[in-house]
Design a protein around this ligand. Structure first.
Ligand code: NAD
Ligand code: UGA
Length: 434
């Protein structure tokens, strides 16, 4: 089989490389010339564990290629996937569908014969139908089937999530589209992955419902953490006690500084806006968005409070800047709120992140980037653990104490052992624990 993947971002690149690994011929297209050149030269523009090897091996074996020429990519393709960005539209929070519609139109203009156009980008309910209209207008002569195949991979674990997903969702209206997608995902049938076959609108909504539900779940445990602090309870045990109930589940019940990333913030906002417009507001999601925004601000206030109420003249070491470990992605990371607030309050900020590439361009002027975690901690009045990279878990509290000037430690991910930090003479605070 042959597939064209439009967009060489996180989703396009990972999906393209994984389909190639399944034995499919994949051509990935991107408009960004430098990205395509880098990929052709074997350089991966993003940090995603295992992706470099997968791309290298499949490119070498001739199953994975990269181009800026969309017409070349879609020639002979059984399916063309749209994996372009759908960021928040400035001002109103709706998903910006301009990249999706532009790419769909480009595909229609370049198509030489019937094909199946599959939306992998996360798009609001009703988008597939709009794409159908565009295709009909641009190429009334051609049979182009539209399908929705939302992607559920997580950054940092993207290849595992793609290769062993909990489910594959296929929304379509023709047997040809279902058949092409079932053939593509055949290796997953063999490992008994559930396939949800449904209509276009339902597939589109499943994606938003899943992301929004996870965002609500995280926000719920974050608010429970606040309650635990007031009530003398331990959020870790509350989450465990809740999560062992099979109806609730243990995953996504880790209290923290608020969710970030390229998807939860923008997708919750887009779902809330679509639901309002359709006259069925999802108020629980609206409240989640507000609570999560407020939480990031509250984390900065918490650090200032721990410094005795004033950050002026104090040095704060921030460990971890990306929105989660094992990625270099900074989109909507809690650090984008916490660090500027501390800097505005007069603190000197020293940071360390194992993947600081994007962070360097996004932090306020004057923020120092150290080469190691202990280097960042050097001379700090307070240490804030903001992203739980594995290498931070192994840090010795004694070494942290020895490197610091002060003794305040705020573990905003509950990644460290409170007792050993207190034994080392540190004033240790975490989230939702005493
Ligand atoms: P991204 O911004 O990393 O990549 C999008 C790529 O598309 C860019 O490289 C851009 O240059 C390219 N592009 C835009 N228009 C194009 C065109 N007309 N032709 C060719 N290339 C074009 O985005 P992403 O993070 O991969 O997300 C893509 C979509 O997948 C979004 O809708 C997102 O919500 C969804 N999604 C993302 C993730 C994730 O973990 N990042 C997971 C699931 C779903
Ligand atoms: C998320 C979803 O998990 C994927 O299924 C989905 O495909 C993707 O969004 C998307 O649509 O793009 P991702 O954003 O890569 O994936 O990362 P997550 O692991 O979900 O983490 C998101 C945020 O929630 C991070 O800031 C993380 O620190 C936070 N989080 C997660 C918590 O605070 N607590 C938790 O228990 C879990």
């Amino acid at each position: 089989m042959r597939v064209a993947m439009i967009g060489a971002g996180y989703v396009g690149l990972v999906s393209g490389a994984c389909f190639a690994e399944f034995g499919v011929d994949v051509c990935v297209v991107d408009t960004e010339v430098s990205k395509v050149e880098a990929l052709r030269a074997g350089r991966i523009p993003i940090y995603e564990p295992g992706l470099d090897r997968l791309v290298e091996e499949n490119a070498r074996d001739g199953r994975l290629s990269f181009t800026t020429d969309l017409a070349e990519a879609i020639t002979g393709a059984d399916a063309v996937f749209l994996a372009v960005g759908t960021p928040s539209r400035r001002g109103d929070g709706h998903a910006d569908l301009s990249y999706v519609f532009a790419a769909a139109e480009q595909v229609a203009r370049a198509a030489k014969g019937p094909l199946v156009l599959v939306t992998k980008s996360t798009v609001p309910v009703g988008t597939g139908r709009k794409i159908k209209e565009i295709l009909r207008k641009v190429r009334p002569d051609l049979e182009i089937d539209v399908a929705s195949n939302p992607e559920f991979l997580r950054e940092g674990n993207a290849i595992g999530d793609f290769m062993r997903p909990d489910r594959v969702v296929i929304g379509a209206e023709s047997e040809r589209a279902f058949a092409v997608l079932r053939r593509l995902y055949r290796p997953l049938y063999l490992i008994e992955t559930p396939i949800v076959q449904t209509g276009l609108e339902t597939a589109e909504l499943i994606k938003y419902a899943a992301n929004a539900f996870l965002a609500v779940k995280i926000t719920f445990i974050n608010q429970m953490a606040d309650l635990c602090e007031k009530a003398g309870a331990d959020v870790h045990d509350v989450a465990r006690g809740m999560g062992l109930d099979g109806r609730i589940g243990r995953k996504f019940l880790h209290a923290g500084p608020g969710y970030g990333g390229s998807c939860f913030p923008k997708d919750t906002l887009a779902l809330a806006r679509t639901a309002q417009e359709l006259g069925a507001p999802v108020t629980i999601v609206e409240q989640t968005i507000a609570a999560n925004d407020a939480r990031k601000e509250a984390m900065a206030a918490r650090v200032i409070a721990a410094l005795g109420g004033a950050a002026q003249g104090k040095t704060v070491a921030v460990l971890g800047l990306t929105f989660k470990p094992e990625t270099d992605d900074m989109r909507d990371a809690p650090s984008l709120v916490v660090v500027p607030r501390l800097a505005e309050a007069g603190a000197t900020i020293r940071t360390y992140d194992p993947q600081p590439g994007h962070a360097r361009q996004m932090m306020p002027a004057g923020v120092h980037f150290a080469d190691t975690a202990l280097g960042a901690v050097e001379g700090a009045d307070a240490v804030v653990l903001l992203t739980e990279w594995n290498e931070f878990r192994a840090l010795s509290p004694q070494k942290i104490k020895a490197a610091m000037k002060g003794d305040v430690v705020l573990d905003l991910r509950n990644a460290w052992d409170p007792a050993s930090f207190r034994e080392a003479g540190l004033t240790y605070q975490s989230i939702g624990r005493q």
